[in-house]
Design a protein around this ligand. Structure first.
Ligand code: SF4
Length: 850
């Protein structure tokens, strides 16, 4: 039995009502071609489309033709297109007749290409002229007149050699209700005699418009699960989303199309990693892949480093790599280090060419790693096959090197989904046209416009068409091909004997709107009143059976909590810091969870797009390097900052080096250079020397051991500068007297009773903000509070907070979303909770689910 639609299975198939069968096969085009090739002795492995294109590209390099300009822009893409055009023409009987310069050029370019389906069919046809095959009869379920001439020729030769070829019209079902009315209308032989129908919405013909694929899959699976048995149910076009829902409802999987496993992305990411700059989101994805070639112990540290400085040249990245490798078992360490060196180190600029040897080295590393683990993780077989496939294709292409875009393209072409085997118990066919006999219930999964077949486009001029016809070559008639397709996609409608469910969710998995398959347009056009189509659109199914529904018990909505109990005393850490003291005063819940409990946001989100936090990190780091050697003049500081930016910015942040962040990169450069100049000028004007950058100081304050790291500490005069990216928050802190960190620095760096001057330096705007009484040249004094008063004001609350912690009481003053009135008043300091940048809002209740 042959039909163009049944390469992915057919209903009812050879078994039908029987328990066993021999000597009967149901095949589609690829099945029949394979069978005939075997019969006539031409069997063998056929080349894939991408393999043919790569091989053709290697042949065409250096040759001339009308396709040359396209070839130079995209070798593989151009060859795919040339082969597609050639294949269509050959299917329609073209043998290279040079009816125009363009077609002559096409034949010349593709004459020695690896054979495609059209060439293989033609060879079979030629072989059939000389010998018969052991096939008694072929029942062809679609009209021969709708097929390409090469197929008609093959069947004619089969017939001539003694095989009985019969055209069969599949028997249609006749259903009651809406379904029967639609069948009668669309099935009428003469479209002019069609009588329009008026649906009543009886559930026999429905368009399921659930909110998305998962909701649709649940509804379908629940409806099928409510049936007494699955005999007579046929699913069309199932995929992994439907399969997952069927399994959840205790039903057999149908198999069908599945996307390539996620681990296949390793190949693409590893090739991306050879180029710099690499998008840190991709680098992060490579680090967190599970299974992935970067061991968890190493990956975790690298992800952390990436979140601070998203670049592979940053010290944090290198340190994390060394620390991660130290944590790997000694016997594996060397091999892991070698693999990571191969996979993670960039060797070519983003717009450069990667040598074939380097590509092969990386792919080999992936393949070896994947094969070594594939026993435990079967999805890695696909990864290894993909790595080997890319390597083979590059060999076939015969190039010396490839760009990043070319490699991506090759991966796209090779990364295809596969068909998964289904389980017994639920009939499934891939194509709607494969329903070749009546079935009680048909569920057409994926009844969407994007899954409807499209005609291949073949551009021929009117002159070429006329010349082909004059040369005796059939002109490809894509209209007729499409008409035959449309006749086949009506089969589920014609064959449903009881219920037809057409599944078109409102949106696809990406949230884009879904539109129904063109068959729906045919159905609505055949209605007396198009508005009646709304009667057929449903969100839940009554047929084939209503899903069994249970009411879920409502749960309490968690409410914000201003206080919480730790269940026991919470001890301060051995060494606190200025920022931990600020957190403790602002919100002791956040303090307890962040410091003693070490609770952190997960790293699954990866590094954010460049933002003020990143700018601040980079600016801080570079300022430290600029002044690490001591005081500089303005000009010297500017020159040093520029040199450091030139040599180190890409290593610190690959994201900022990407073309799309050009504006941000320029703004950051300017801010860093100007800031270095301003600080250099300040040093010259005050005559101060640099005592230290990122300088630590320890002390016991109010009985609490504290260690702080100041950004820039100057001597004579003694000054502590706290470098910040923005300015408004810190200016406000000086206005309302909540600049606690500055106050703690003043205490930690005091020499006897003499406290240093403390000030904020805003890197983005180069503003200097000092405490009340600040004598630094150019400083703005926004408030009337001195650092020592701020510290004195903090003491009372600090004592109170420590006592609360001892009782296990935690306060979250921002939990209800209200602003806390902050400031230094009456000698007492109230610090606000830092809710804006707090990651714990979901725990205290401030960030409620919408
Ligand atoms: S969101 Fe605000 S109140 Fe809640 S834990 Fe964080 S800092 Fe405290």
């Amino acid at each position: 039995v042959f039909d163009p639609a049944i390469d992915g299975g057919a209903w009812p198939g050879p078994l039908a009502e029987r328990r066993a069968v021999a000597g009967e096969e149901w095949v589609g085009p690829m099945g029949l071609l394979g069978r005939l090739e075997t019969e006539v002795g031409l069997g063998g492995l056929g080349a894939s489309a991408i393999e043919r294109a790569c091989a053709l590209a290697a042949r065409l390099r250096g040759r001339d033709g009308w396709w040359r300009a396209s070839f130079e822009a995209d070798e593989v893409g151009t060859c795919e297109r040339l082969l597609r055009d050639r294949d269509v023409l050959v299917m329609w009987g073209w043998r290279g007749e040079a009816v125009s310069a363009r077609l002559a050029g096409l034949w010349e370019a593709t004459a020695k290409a690896l054979p495609g389906v059209a060439d293989r069919l033609r060879d079979v046809s030629v072989a059939l002229a000389a010998r018969a095959v052991d096939v008694e009869s072929v029942r062809v379920m679609s009209p021969l007149t709708g097929m390409a001439p090469v197929w008609r020729e093959v069947f004619a030769r089969l017939g001539a050699r003694g095989t009985r070829v019969e055209e069969v019209v599949p028997p249609a079902g006749r259903a009651p209700g809406d379904l029967g009315l639609a069948q009668a209308t669309l099935g009428a032989k003469d479209p002019r005699s069609r009588r329009r129908f008026e649906p009543a919405g009886d559930g026999r013909l429905t368009l399921l418009r659930a909110n998305g694929p998962m909701a649709a899959a649940n509804e379908v699976a629940a409806s099928l699960a409510a049936l007494k048995g699955l005999e007579g149910v046929v699913v069309v076009g199932g995929d992994e989303v439907l399969d997952a829902a069927l399994v959840r409802h205790g039903l057999p999987r149908v198999g069908g199309e599945i996307a390539a496993p996620a681990s296949v992305a390793i190949v693409r990411l590893v090739l991306e990693a050879a180029f710099t700059p690499m998008d840190p989101a991709d680098l992060h994805a490579l680090l967190c892949l599970d299974p992935g070639p970067v061991p968890r112990r190493v990956g975790w540290g690298l992800m952390n480093a990436l979140c601070q400085f998203p670049g592979r040249g940053a010290t944090g990245w290198c340190e994390a790599l060394v620390a991660g490798l130290d944590a790997v078992d000694a016997e594996r360490r060397e091999a892991v280090a070698k693999r990571l060196e191969t996979l993670l180190v960039a060797v070519a600029p983003r717009d450069g060419v990667l040598a074939v040897g380097e590509i092969a080295r990386r792919l080999q590393a992936v393949s070896v790693w994947a094969r070594g683990r594939a026993e435990r993780e079967p999805s890695l077989w696909a990864t290894a096959a993909m790595a080997d496939g890319v390597r083979t294709m590059i060999g076939v292409l015969g190039v010396a090197g490839m760009t990043r875009v070319e490699l991506r393209r090759l991966c796209d072409d090779l990364e295809s989904g596969a068909g998964a085997p289904g389980e017994a118990g639920l009939a499934h066919v891939a194509q709607p046209g494969a329903v070749l006999a009546p079935a009680e219930t048909i569920v057409w999964w994926g009844f969407t416009r994007d899954r409807a077949p499209r005609t291949q486009r073949l551009r021929l001029s009117a002159a070429e068409r006329a010349a082909l016809a004059a040369a005796g070559v059939a002109v490809p008639d894509m209209g007729a091909v499409m008409e035959a397709e449309a006749a086949r996609w009506r089969r589920p409608l014609a064959m449903a004997a009881g219920t037809l469910v057409l599944v078109c969710p409102m949106t696809d998995e990406g949230g884009e709107r879904c539109f129904p398959h063109p068959l729906w347009d045919e159905l609505t056009a055949a209605m007396l009143d198009v508005r009646a189509a709304a009667l057929l659109e449903v969100h839940a199914l009554d047929r084939p059976a209503p899903a069994a529904r249970k009411k879920a018990r409502r749960r309490h909505v968690p409410s914000p909590a201003l206080t919480a109990s730790a269940g026991g005393p919470v001890a301060l850490r051995e060494l606190e810091s200025p920022s931990s003291l600020e957190k403790l005063l602002g919100c002791s819940l956040a303090y307890a969870l962040h410091y003693p409990a070490k609770l952190r946001a997960g790293l699954s989100a990866g590094p954010a797009a460049p933002d003020p936090l990143l700018y601040g990190n980079i600016a801080h780091h570079l300022m430290e390097l600029v002044f690490a050697g001591g005081a500089l003049t303005q000009a010297e500081a500017i020159a040093r900052a520029e040199a450091l930016l030139d040599s180190g910015l890409e290593g610190l942040s690959e994201s900022l080096t990407l073309p799309r962040y050009q504006v941000e990169r320029t703004a950051l450069r300017q801010a860093i250079v100007r800031s270095a100049g301003e600080i250099g000028a300040l040093l010259t004007r005050t005559g101060a020397t640099v005592r230290g950058v990122e300088m630590k100081a320890k002390g016991t304050l109010a009985g609490i051991p504290v260690e702080g790291t100041a950004d820039l500490v100057l001597s004579d005069p003694d000054v502590v500068l706290d470098l910040k990216w923005g300015k408004s928050t810190y200016r406000d802190k000086l206005v309302d007297g909540t600049a606690l960190q500055l106050a703690v620095y003043a205490e930690l760096f005091r020499k006897g009773k003499r406290r240093p001057e403390v000030a904020y330096f805003a890197l983005r705007s180069q503003d200097l903000f000092g405490e009340h009484g600040c004598t630094l040249p150019g400083a703005t004094i926004p408030g009337g509070h001195r650092a020592r008063d701020i510290w004195q004001g903090a003491l009372i609350n600090l004592e109170q907070r420590v006592a609360e912690l001892e009782r296990g009481e935690l306060a979250a003053p921002g939990a209800e979303g209200e602003d806390v009135k902050v400031g230094l008043a009456g000698g007492q300091l109230v610090i606000g909770p830092g809710c804006t940048y707090c990651e714990l809002g979901a725990l205290c209740g401030r960030r409620r689910a919408p």
